[in-house]
Design a protein around this ligand. Structure first.
Ligand SMILES: *Cc1c(COP(=O)(O)O)cnc(C)c1O
Length: 387
């Protein structure tokens, strides 16, 4: 006799992972033999730069790397992070106490809430957003309070519209610039505002900076820690996934406030055993290559962006070219729902995009197009839309 197996309320509170649902639909059409052009998932199509691949091959041959890694990450990796931060942002970090290696930034983003939120505590989360902020808060028993990101505000949250009693009972505010899915960017002045707000209401700032190295036209996204007080109130999550085409490798890091890093380390010590050292060695290679690796990657996305934006504009769509990230956030033409429009693109044209509503209710009326598709395919997509 089988037993009654039910998932928890906590798990039931989460919608099915957006991309799981989308993948299922795509698979169905693929099985029917459709030639889909897939702008859906934010996963670089380009390979990891060769020196990084060569470095892991060597590192794998060293038996020292076959054992359990340290929880907080190789000190050599954390030193490489610290040097990269100094070069890239002019920020000094103590590799021992202000840097921690992550199994991809998603892991740290999900786990930090277990260390910072008590059941019932509120976390301020942008809407639309990367779905993991919400998942982390729910898993920790916390309560999300959503900050709508609207076009008229440059897709930045308007902090003075947050009710004071909510701000007072909140523990965390999540921000993410350059932003997924809206591709919006933020200025250092905006970070100043968030820091003032955090200090006023005793909030921790968690800044997701996964797209710091994907930017165009000479624009350089700033770090929260460039502001002196940044380190007093927050941490920043980074990923090698997007910067160096390493999504499959699972390596990222968090930096910032010593106490918060220590809390994250404590959570991780109880649930994982760190990142394979050979991957961390490859990560060192990536951070040392820095611009040598990212320059070419940025150029490719920039060309793709221009082809897509020009093409869509010629079709009469209103599109703003993003300054960063590999996403184009597009207002749905006419007054259709984002889901209806997404399905139309899929079924009529074999074009896969992500409906904005999948990132939260304020994403309604938009679709996200990922530039993780080669130029020829982008041109073909435009051709298909012309017909
Ligand atoms: C891709 C992405 C991440 C996660 O990257 P990892 O592969 O887990 O390092 C984090 N935040 C945002 C906004 C992303 O788009």
């Amino acid at each position: 006799m089988s037993i009654n197996i039910e998932k928890t309320k906590r798990l039931s509170q989460l919608p099915p992972y957006l991309f799981t649902q989308l993948n299922r639909e795509k698979e169905k059409l693929k099985e029917k033999g459709w030639d889909l052009i897939d702008f859906g998932v934010g996963d670089p199509d380009l390979p990891t730069p060769l020196p990084i691949v060569n470095r892991i091959i060597k590192a794998c041959q060293n038996p020292k790397n076959h054992r359990y890694p340290s929880y907080e990450g190789l000190i050599s990796f954390r030193e490489a992070v610290s040097k990269w931060y100094q070069r890239r942002f002019g920020v000094t970090l103590d590799p021992q106490r202000e840097v921690i290696t992550l199994i991809g930034s998603k892991e740290g983003i999900a786990h930090i809430c277990l260390g910072l939120l008590n059941p019932g505590d509120i976390a301020l989360i942008p809407d639309p957003a990367y779905p993991v902020y919400k998942a982390g808060v729910i898993f920790a028993g916390g309560k999300p309070f959503y900050l709508p990101l609207r076009e008229e505000n440059g897709f930045l949250p308007v902090l003075d519209t947050i009710p004071e009693h909510i701000a007072r009972s909140s523990k965390i505010i999540w921000i993410n610039y350059p932003n997924n899915p809206t591709a919006a960017t933020a200025t250092v002045e905006f970070f100043h505002q968030v820091i003032d707000f955090a200090q006023k209401f005793n909030l921790i700032i968690c800044h997701d900076l996964a797209y710091s190295e994907i930017s165009f036209d000479g624009y350089q996204p700033p770090s929260l820690l460039q502001i002196k007080e940044g380190k007093e109130v927050g941490i920043e999550f980074h990923s090698l996934s997007k910067s160096f085409n390493m999504t499959g490798w699972r390596i990222g890091f968090a930096v910032g406030n010593t106490k918060i890093i220590q809390i994250l380390r404590e959570v991780k010590t109880n649930v994982d055993s760190g990142v394979f050292q050979a991957i961390q060695e490859a990560g060192i290679e990536a951070l040392q290559m820095d611009g040598k690796a990212t320059r070419e990657i940025k150029k490719i996305y920039q060309r793709r962006r221009d082809i897509l934006v020009d093409g869509l504009r010629k079709l009469g769509w209103k599109v703003n070219p993003p300054q960063a990230t590999f996403y184009v956030w597009v207002k749905v033409p006419e007054k259709k729902s984002s889901l209806k429009f997404t399905l139309e693109l899929l079924i009529k044209y074999g074009i896969v995009v992500t409906p904005g509503v999948g990132f939260g209710p304020s994403g309604e009326g938009y679709i996200r197009i990922a530039l993780t598709v080669e130029e020829e395919k982008i041109k073909e997509a435009i051709q298909r839309l012309k017909k």
